[in-house]
Design a protein around this ligand. Structure first.
Ligand code: F6R
Length: 365
């Protein structure tokens, strides 16, 4: 069942080139620089009326939702807010006419996400789902949506579902963006970058031995910080969550520049700091955040997207991922963080597929 892999988590990490091909299959229109989404059964006229999107989810799916905010605002110019489903369901959410509520869930059964969705429907919202499990409750109760087609995810820690959620959100942003003010040339560039993505993930997966060596150096750490900006901020949150849940090392994710408003007090020679620093529009800003950490003797692991000459000799470890458009870099930078968490957990003797206190699908409040 694990097809030769020692754990489902490792198998599912390695399945990502395939799960990414599957979420894109039949959905790319290279000439038009567009996506075709058969599950979005809304008329063009009704789609044009969407003025605001509220995304609701839990855990890793909430991190994908946060990326959805950056993606939809940047590519489709639609205002987005992202809410924890457990908060949304008990506050008094403002749902205006023309608000679309988007629920993101791997299982389609998470109790809080389902309750948030039902509350949104009660208030007359149009609802959409991005769900992996076909026929699940959230898939059935939303007005329309997209399936991930990632195949079953057995490991409790979500891996392949997260990267497929990101790509689904890119496809949806393209779908909305090209109906608004995204040019055909921008659309084509995105489609071409999407087509390259599975092979780029494959390339990163070949670094698994390097990441094991890195994990050996840090497996005894008691704390970790993960920092990123823009599209890499949600990746920082997800990297920290993955490490916490499978290796039980305490970790926090932060927007890199928020560090100086408090967490910088934690930095000393004991503190590993993972910086997400691929080449994107905020790269130079992230480099100066790295310098702030090095000035306080933190141990820096930087995930970069090329040779990063600015960082040579300045950081303790460089992890390289291939270059792509900024909107797709989160898929690539996530992979080494999954592997780092996996190897750290194994070295610490943890049960990666069944971490203590966690269940795959949280169907109670
Ligand atoms: C973390 C993880 C959880 C889930 C969360 C939502 O690795 O798996 O945080 O993401 O419980 O689950 P779904 O996506 O099934 O609604």
């Amino acid at each position: 069942e694990k097809s030769g892999y020692e754990h489902f988590m490792l198998k599912e990490i390695h399945e990502q080139p395939q799960s990414l091909r599957d979420v894109m299959r039949g959905r790319l229109l290279p000439e038009e620089g567009m996506s075709r989404l058969g599950g979005i059964t809304l008329s063009d006229a009704d789609l044009a009326k969407v003025e605001r999107i509220t995304i609701t989810a839990c855990g890793t799916s909430w991190h994908a939702g946060l990326l959805g905010e950056y993606l939809l605002e940047e590519l489709a110019r639609i205002p987005v807010d992202v809410q924890y489903a457990s908060e949304f369901r008990y506050k008094n959410p403002v749902i205006e006419d023309n608000t679309l509520v988007l629920a993101i869930s791997q299982s389609g059964e998470t109790a809080d996400t389902l309750a948030a969705l039902r509350e949104a429907k009660r208030r007359g919202a149009l609802t959409m789902g991005i769900v992996n499990v076909v026929g699940s409750t959230i898939a059935r109760e939303t007005d329309f949506g997209m399936h991930l087609h990632a195949g079953p995810e057995i490991g409790v820690a979500s891996t392949k579902a997260f990267t497929s959620q990101i790509v689904a959100l890119v496809l949806f942003s393209l779908y909305m963006g090209r109906r608004r003010d995204m040019s055909v040339l921008e659309g084509r560039e995105m489609v071409e970058a999407l087509q390259r993505l599975p092979d780029q993930v494959e390339e990163i997966l070949q670094q698994t031995d390097d990441l094991r060596t890195l994990a050996e150096e840090f497996a005894d750490a008691r704390n970790f910080l993960y920092l990123g900006r823009g599209y890499q901020f949600p990746v920082a949150l997800e990297g920290a969550l993955k490490l916490k849940e499978v290796s039980y090392i305490h970790a926090e994710g932060y927007p890199a520049a928020e560090m100086k408003h408090g967490p910088i007090a934690l930095i000393d020679e004991e503190m590993p700091v993972v910086f997400l620093a691929p080449r994107d529009p905020v790269y130079a800003k992230v480099v100066s955040n790295i310098e702030e950490v090095k000035a306080r003797s933190g141990r820096v692991i930087a995930v970069v997207s090329d040779d990063a000459p600015e960082l040579q000799g300045k950081v303790d470890h460089l992890i390289r991922v291939p270059q792509t458009v900024p909107a797709l870099l989160p898929v690539l930078t996530t992979i080494p963080l999954q592997l780092l968490a996996y190897h750290a957990a194994i070295l610490r003797g943890c049960d990666v597929d069944q971490p203590r206190n966690l269940a795959k699908s949280v169907t109670v409040e």
